[in-house]
Design a binder for this molecule. Structure first.
Ligand code: CTP
Ligand code: MG
Length: 387
């Protein structure tokens, strides 16, 4: 834990009320996802370790969606027309001595960066901003496109967030309804010194579609050479024994007759295990849980998924996503799809899972109602290459 002044605390205000026009997605920018999570979720989880209070300004109409994503520890308020309006809406609820204002669009900013900002506040600064050197030469131009002046590059810095303020200073800065894309500019206008600390590359601002790919690369490293695909399939015949339980996709299906086999016969779970082993080059279901390891003989699908995850993790792989298709006339997957996805995902430590289902138009053993099968594909990343 950071050594704050006695009795002092940190509120992080996250303006996330923008529409993300330049990103061009159908949803507000903060709800767009990369690497399996929305921008706002990345942002909150990265900054949370240093915050006593987090207030997010959401686009009007999306507040409940934000609340559902962020949980009870985060206060969600309605954002305003401009970024400064959104900051003001959140500021009214702040209870701390130090306030960090942090764009949702800088989703990957680390708690180390926030820590540097807080350290400078604790040392007595009233306003602190993270900055990076600029790479391009910057020129000032007039409205006709002619250059007015060239600024000395070594004197210039690109500004990031989180920007930190002593609470009274920020509240005074926002007391007028002025607009600014940068909170420090309001403090500068009050002639209060604004201190700079070193920014970080990963605090890049996600603005254009290409920035999402950059952010994903920053988060996961360049995966192009490190991604492994795997495929797996399994099939079982329906049992003649009407008391046989049906287990599929980690769920018990009451009123359905199960399949033959000595395990629970969960074809979806088995196909996924096979796909995971195959992607990790660790053999298959049979070579892992066969005669050599009899303790797994009757294990449930969920147990096998958990153990398979443990084995591929130990071998240095992480799951990007899992997709499984269930082929058969029954049971009907649609009504319990969300439940089944949750069950499989839970067994795989919350990995993204999708489930599709199909019948085969009366053809083959599945179409004739003799049994059920599943085919799974997975994508893994070699974790030793994740930066
Ligand atoms: N923001 C806000 N309320 C607004 C406008 C912007 O809270 N009325 C937030 C954005 O959600 C973002 C941050 O301010 O986290 C910086 O703004 P920007 O990156 O420009 O995001 P958008 O305004 O959403 O994007 P665009 O300008 O492309 O529409
Ligand atoms: Mg904007």
């Amino acid at each position: 834990m950071r050594s704050l002044l006695p009795n002092s605390s940190v509120t992080v205000i996250i303006p996330a009320g923008g529409s993300g026009e330049r990103l061009g997605a159908a949803l507000p920018k903060a709800l767009v996802a990369f690497a399996g999570r929305t921008l706002i979720e990345h942002c909150v989880s990265n900054i949370a370790p240093i915050a006593n209070q987090i207030i997010v300004a959401a686009p009007s109409g999306y507040e409940d969606q934000f609340r559902a994503l962020l949980g009870d520890d985060v206060l969600v308020v309605t954002g305003g027309v401009t970024r400064a309006d959104s900051v003001r809406a959140a500021l009214a609820h702040s209870t701390s001595d130090f306030i960090l204002v942090h764009d949702a669009a800088r989703s990957l900013a680390s708690s180390d960066l926030a820590g540097r900002v807080i350290d400078a506040l604790v040392a007595g600064e009233k306003a602190v901003i993270p900055v990076l050197p600029v790479i391009d030469t910057i020129k000032e131009i007039n409205s006709n496109g002619y250059v007015l002046s060239t600024h000395k590059r070594s004197d210039l810095r690109a500004v990031q967030t989180p920007q930190g303020f002593d609470a009274a200073t920020l509240k005074e800065a926002h007391a007028s309804s002025r607009d600014a894309t940068d909170d420090a500019a309001l403090v500068e206008a009050m002639n209060i010194p604004v201190k700079t600390v070193e920014g970080e590359e990963r605090a890049l601002k996600i603005t254009l579609p290409a920035d999402l790919a950059t952010a994903q690369r920053v988060l996961l490293g360049d995966q192009s050479a490190d991604i492994r695909v795997g495929v797996g399939t399994d099939a079982h015949a329906f049992s003649a024994d009407p008391s046989r339980e049906m287990w599929l996709a980690g769920l018990l299906w009451p009123h359905e007759i199960g399949v033959d086999g000595h395990s629970d016969g969960d074809v979806a779970a088995h196909a996924i295990c096979d796909a995971l082993f195959s992607a990790a080059q660790l053999g298959d279901l049979g070579s892992n849980y066969g005669v050599a390891e009899p303790e797994w003989a009757g294990a449930s699908g969920a147990k096998l998924l958990q153990e398979t995850l443990r084995r591929i993790t130990a071998a240095g792989f992480a799951i990007n996503n899992v997709s499984v298709q269930i082929v058969g006339n029954r049971p009907k997957i649609g009504p319990r799809r969300a439940e089944a996805i949750a069950a499989l995902s839970r067994a795989l430590a919350d990995a993204p899972v999708s489930i599709s289902a199909t019948t085969t138009d009366g053809l083959g053993f599945t179409g004739e109602g003799k049994g059920i099968s599943a085919i799974a594909s997975v994508l893994l990343t070699a974790t030793d290459r994740i930066s």
